[in-house]
Design a protein around this ligand. Structure first.
Ligand code: MTE
Length: 300
């Protein structure tokens, strides 16, 4: 990898960085509204204004709680998120059940302000807190034969009213190629705006891969499996023609039923603002090299 985001910042650094940025903005007379920290956040602080907490936490997709945008905020409180364990297995040196608190003790939490683009053509900017997925995989020790990472969401019929309906083949599953999974932009989010991540957004930990459509960002993860085969993914199983394994944000490759050239910006009112969608959701400089030589219309 040509670069690595600095991941040695602590909560104290976050506060200091915000104060520093605000001071600079005041001096420069620039409108405030961006805060931020973590190397990723700092690089983008000048151009990204986070979506309001209310919008991020009340307009959700989490089909285990229903298919309406406001079903997750209504029902996700039913999910028990503590205690929580993540099983890490497959091609790893140290397979096992990893307790969420033990993971957290060993990870460095950073803030990352990322664009978030749903395949349904809406977008937000989310100030996540979390750690790099590669650091978690290091805990388990990835073996040389591993090529892919498979993820699985909790399946709890008693706590998830939506799983009574066969909208998807439960549990929700997702996957990444190993080089995508260990890319420094790929994080496991455990918070938003410095608070614990709300259940409707995927507590206690969910994947965030900012250059891919939102459905790759699987929520409330209970299992991570290192494998040598491309793992099945929920939306691809539901409709392979419409949802591929890669699902990189690409304004030039339309969804069979709608254009992906632009997106509706959540939080901009009834007549929502539309903006052009960026290649790899604006992260082309960092990730385009992962796909050199691949036909992006074929591997969509
Ligand atoms: N993960 C699970 N387990 N179930 C889901 O229904 N929806 C996906 C993704 N992760 C989903 C999921 C989709 S389509 C999107 S756009 C994002 O979560 C939405 O994340 P948000 O609600 O935090 O904005």
């Amino acid at each position: 990898m040509a670069f690595r985001w600095k991941n040695d910042l602590t909560e104290r650094d976050v506060t200091d960085e915000v104060a520093y940025l605000n001071r600079r903005q005041l001096i420069a007379g620039v409108a405030a509204g961006v805060g931020l920290a973590g190397a990723g956040g700092r690089a983008q602080a000048a151009e990204l204004e986070p979506t309001d907490w209310e919008d991020i936490t009340s307009y959700n997709n989490y089909y285990e709680f229903g298919t309406g945008k406001d079903d997750p905020v209504k029902y996700a409180h039913m999910l028990t998120t503590s205690p929580w364990t993540v099983k890490i297995d497959g091609l790893v040196d140290r397979p096992g059940e990893y307790a969420f608190e033990d993971i957290m003790k060993q990870m460095t939490i950073e803030e990352r302000i990322y664009r978030f683009r749903c395949v349904e053509a809406w977008s937000m900017v989310v100030p996540w807190n979390g750690f790099e997925l590669s650091d978690l995989l290091d805990l388990a020790g990835v073996q040389s034969g591993a090529k892919y990472v498979a993820f699985e969401t909790a399946l709890r019929p008693d706590e998830m009213p939506g799983v009574r309906f066969p909208v998807l083949d439960w549990p929700y599953v997702e996957g990444l190629r190993l080089d995508e999974a260990v890319h420094p932009l790929t994080i496991m989010a455990t918070g938003i705006y410095g608070k614990d991540i709300p259940n409707q957004n995927g507590a206690p930990l969910r994947l965030v891969v900012p250059w891919k459509y939102g459905f790759k960002s699987i929520k409330s993860i209970v299992r991570i499996t290192l494998t040598d085969k491309e793992p099945p993914t929920s939306w691809n199983k539901a409709n392979a023609r419409e949802y591929g394994f890669y699902s990189n944000v690409n304004p030039e490759v339309d969804h069979p039923r709608w254009s992906q050239a632009s997106e509706r910006v959540i939080g901009t009112g009834l007549f929502a603002k539309r903006q052009d969608t960026l290649m790899f959701n604006g992260y082309a400089d960092e990730v385009a090299s992962l796909y050199t030589g691949m036909d992006l219309a074929k591997f969509y």
